[in-house]
Design a protein around this ligand. Structure first.
Ligand code: NAD
Ligand code: LMR
Length: 330
């Protein structure tokens, strides 16, 4: 195989999502079964030893596509020549921590990482932020990388998108592959709006496929999807890891390889003002992708019911942006 390897940087590589992610990247699921990869693992000093252990396991898998592994606690080295960056490592909220403290701590991670991407990444860099609060962390990184086109910074709402598809499949009995055009709007948080009004289930409008059941939509579907992260933490005693890693793989694969005809996906992307979302915010939208680029789907009819929910989530994003602005992080 003569293709040039793609440099993929993963931050928080020794964490639980990192462990679920690295083996799938190395086996070709992120970019394609014919694309060799170099892995660049960024950790804090306390995480380096565990990252080394994972690297030993990666070598032991003898993946044909895996060319090289670098392990470092230096962002400049980790992002040097990076073509794809998955920003997973973040400061979790701990007991007694105020919201401002959390944003400040994450600013201390995503600001310098944005700058390192700005100064060292390859010209075609694509960034996915997974670490929470994902949309605002992505905004911090993006604003600290003024030389990188803003649209290269994205936040992960694909897990929410996949959760919505999973719930629709469970309700209707339809195959996941027969569910199209679900949308997650807004923030990756409990205010997000999973929208089925544009979606199709086995060729029928999704709302019709769920029996026009407004009570189910409002009291079951929307809260189940929006609060799924918390439900998993409650059940597992730790936040979602394999499903989050899977969504990160899906996000990048779709961004690079394109959405199917007649379908779209959900990504947190820099708003261009579409659907009344203030320009510059990183908010989730329905997007189509082609040739490594995405476009926000235009012209969708938004009902009053949907409008109120989109506005509520966008208001939260605006507040987060204002808070990091006040802290001088952007
Ligand atoms: N967007 C989503 O859908 C979604 C879903 C699930 C989890 N998450 C978030 O993903 C993040 C990671 O989750 P996890 O379960 O893997 O956590 P984890 O605690 O298991 O792992 C995080 C890793 O990041 C490392 N880290 C911390 N600061 C770092 C830095 N500055 N540079 C490099 N590495 C650093 C830690 O050492 C640790 O190994 C969390 O913020 C979590 O809330 C997001
Ligand atoms: O880590 C969390 O708070 C939850 C996570 O974002 C999830 O959606 O599973």
């Amino acid at each position: 195989m003569t293709r040039t390897p793609v440099n993929v940087t993963i931050t928080g590589a020794a964490g639980q999502i990192g462990y679920a992610l690295l083996f799938r990247i190395a086996s070709g699921h992120l970019l394609g079964a014919d694309v060799p990869v170099n892995l660049r693992l960024l950790e804090i000093p306390q995480g380096l030893k565990a990252a080394e252990g994972t690297a030993m396991e990666l070598v032991d898998c003898a993946f044909p596509l895996l060319r090289d592994i670098t392990i470092t606690d230096n962002p400049n080295e980790a992002f040097d020549g990076a073509n794809v960056a998955l920003l997973v490592g973040a400061r979790p909220r701990t007991a007694g921590m105020e919201r401002g403290d959390l944003l400040q701590a994450n600013g201390g991670i995503f600001g310098p990482q944005g700058k390192a991407i700005n100064d060292h990444a390859a010209d075609d860099i694509k960034v996915l932020v997974v670490g929470n609060p994902a949309n605002t962390n992505a905004l911090i990184a993006q604003r600290n990388a003024p030389d990188v086109p803003a649209e290269r910074f994205t936040a992960m709402t694909r897990l929410d998108h996949n959760r919505a598809v999973g719930q629709l499949s469970a309700k209707t009995g339809a195959l996941v592959s027969d569910i199209k055009r679900v949308t997650i709007w807004g923030n990756h948080s409990a205010t997000q709006y999973p929208d089925i009004f544009q979606a199709e289930v086995a060729g029928k409008p999704a709302f019709e496929a769920v029996g026009n059941d407004q009570a189910w939509l409002e009291n079951d579907f929307i809260p189940t999807v929006a609060k799924r992260g918390a439900a998993i933490i409650e059940a597992r005693g730790a936040s979602s890891a394999a499903s989050a890693a899977n969504a990160a793989i899906d996000h990048v694969y779709t961004w690079v390889n394109g959405t199917a005809e007649g379908d779209w996906t959900s990504m947190g992307v820099v708003s261009d003002g579409s659907y009344g979302v203030p320009a510059g915010l990183i908010s989730s939208f329905p997007v189509t992708t082609k040739d490594g680029k995405f476009e926000i789907v235009q012209g969708l009819e938004i009902s009053d019911f949907s409008r109120a929910r989109i506005d509520a989530s966008v208001k939260e994003l605006t507040e987060e942006r204002d808070a990091v602005q006040e802290l001088g992080l952007i």
